[in-house]
Write a protein that binds this ligand. Structure first.
Ligand code: FAD
Length: 260
């Protein structure tokens, strides 16, 4: 079984800064981590490897420093790592990102592609399903559990109020929920060893099957018109009354707002 896991390096915060001029994400100064949903996706792949001797390739699109999360994935048990890095990819929206990743996947063999449901910085949850569309393969999103039995992938999807079990044959893409499993812990020594003994392959636009006019900021149909920070304006109500009356007014207001 050949599995590909898509891993995005993201800033370790949900409060990402946005460049007010270009409207794109500004990652400078932010500590970067493996996107949490993708770490769970990798755990799913590792469990399938434990049970079925699967081969796992991890792929990421990002700047050269995104190598860090791929070494982490190798240290956790992935077999091959590829970083898509090229100036042509800069400023990609979700469509350009998924086209780029799909362009690489077209050059690889796979039975199963795993993505996280969503990335904690971009938050769109579009990239996984878009990759499946570009490749013309079936997809199962919102996956909470996954196993392989008698030639079928059996996935349980989780919704707010119900579960749904689906089975599918390869090739298949699944998007994994972030709370679906606890990723295995990583020994620091293993990470150092992976950095010293394993390698991350670098690939650019000329190595993948893609229309280069559809890449990066120029190829992205989404244009950020303007961005601003949300300011929470607390409702104020000033009463100039005696203390006893003030207590009553406060209690009445809290009751009205269902606080007590
Ligand atoms: C006009 C425009 C310009 C932008 N420019 C930039 C920019 O310059 N820099 C920037 O960081 N962001 C930029 N963005 C944000 C960028 O679109 C998204 O971060 C990116 O396309 C992925 O979308 P997402 O984060 O919502 O991923 P989601 O769809 O939420 O991710 C779902 C899953 O897809 C996979 N995935 C997503 N992205 C990657 C990746 N890069 N590599 C591997 N797997 C991946 C992961 O498995 C992830 O869990 C820009 C957005 C727009 C609209």
């Amino acid at each position: 079984m050949k599995i590909i896991v898509c891993i995005k390096q993201v800033p370790n915060t949900t409060e990402i800064k946005i460049d007010p001029v270009t409207g794109t994400l500004n990652r400078e100064g932010a500590v970067s981590i493996m996107n949490p949903d993708d770490k769970v996706g990798l755990e799913f792949a590792l469990c399938l490897k434990d049970a079925h001797q699967a081969h796992i390739t991890v792929v990421s699109m990002g700047p050269p420093q995104a190598k860090k999360v791929l070494y982490e994935a190798l240290a956790m048990g992935a077999d091959r790592a590829i970083l898509l890095t090229d100036r042509l990819f800069a400023g990609s929206d979700s469509l350009a990102t998924s086209l780029t990743l799909a362009g690489l996947l077209k050059t690889l063999e796979y039975d199963l592609i795993i993505t996280g449901r969503q990335a904690i910085d971009g938050d769109t949850a579009q990239v996984g399903p878009q990759i499946a569309e570009h490749l013309g393969i079936p997809q199962i999103s919102y996956v909470n559990s996954l196993k392989f039995e008698d030639g079928y992938f059996i996935a349980v999807r989780q919704f707010e109020d119900r579960y749904q079990t689906l089975k599918a044959t390869a090739p298949l893409l699944v998007t994994i929920l972030g709370d679906a499993a606890k990723p295995r812990s990583l020994h620091v020594g293993r990470l150092i060893e992976a950095t010293e003994t394993e390698s991350v392959e670098l690939k650019g636009a000329s190595d993948i099957i893609v229309d280069t006019t559809k890449l990066g900021l120029k190829g992205s149909p989404t244009k950020v018109k303007s961005t601003w920070n949300k300011v929470v304006d607390k409702q104020k109500n000033l009463l100039e009354v005696e203390p006893r009356e003030a207590v009553k007014a406060i209690i009445d207001t809290m009751k009205k707002r269902h606080i007590i």
